[in-house]
Design a protein around this ligand. Sequence first.
Ligand SMILES: [Mn+2]
Length: 337
Amino acid sequence: MQEALQKLKEKIDSILEYNRVLIINDYDIDSCASASILWRILRMNNIEVEHLTLSKGIENKIIEKLKEKNPEKIVVVDYVPTKELTEELKNFSTTILDHHTHEEHLNVLDYYTTSDFDVKYAALSYWLYLISKEYEIKNVEWLAELGCFWDKCMENTEFYEENVYSKKMDKMLPFNIFASYTQTIGAERLVQLFNNSSDIEEALDNIKNTKGYEKSFETFKHELGFIEASKKEYPEIKLNIFDVNTKFKHMRVFVDYITYQNEGTHIFVLNEIIRYKFSFRTSLEINLVKIIRNLSEKIPEFGGGGHPKACGAMLKSNKIENFLEEFLKEYKKAISN
Ligand SMILES: [Mn+2]
């Protein structure tokens, strides 16, 4: 552990050589908390800091932003970039601070992960909290506790106490709900909120006044009711099965909420949309049936019919974006005639 901390200190010291730093984080709590602890260390040393949140699937957008911002130094916290993003990050001075399993493709960057050392699993924010003491940073213990809670590694830290997950759930939940609901946008707000709060009580007050929080909390409570009601119990084999239907971008927030407080084995079945039904209507001189026939020739999962000005149809797949794109092509042709 001493060796892991020593190496982390060396990495941070090398980051302190720069004047302008861009911190890139993922949208989960540990990553946001890590970004905020690092922000405090850098600000203490008068370094200009910008934040950027990313997530898998939107890395291309990030690449554009990086070219725009052209940062002097990039630090990626608690996130494993894809090979493609790694290629882009090579064009900058990039350091990765992580705690996931070592990934060979990241060796081309300045790469630190605690899993290279013989240590127990802990959140990255916990490691940053330990090392922050060396830089005389105060009031960040709560950030490490939040990170450890949602990375479910309280057992490996001094934050552990009996039944800690059920005891502290209510206090910790708002942060996870908010970040999970709005993902990168929410996470960006969350990092700012962490930066502007000096303890968890203040952060809780702040989050309740943050745009998007109320909506995310209501949605969570509403959907949780349905998920809990769907529970099929097999007590003799300690198994529960839940059906999940959610507007959250990931069902993880429900998975965590339920499994943290209940012993046994749980299966969560995400009810993904597998078909769409459509009604098409127009008041223009356009033949909708013709459009729909053309589309069903192009897209085997799509079919429908009706009248020139009113049609019904069904798409037996979840590729709604593709479908709408194809529809627009046909529609533009029709309306230009
Ligand atoms: Mn993490």
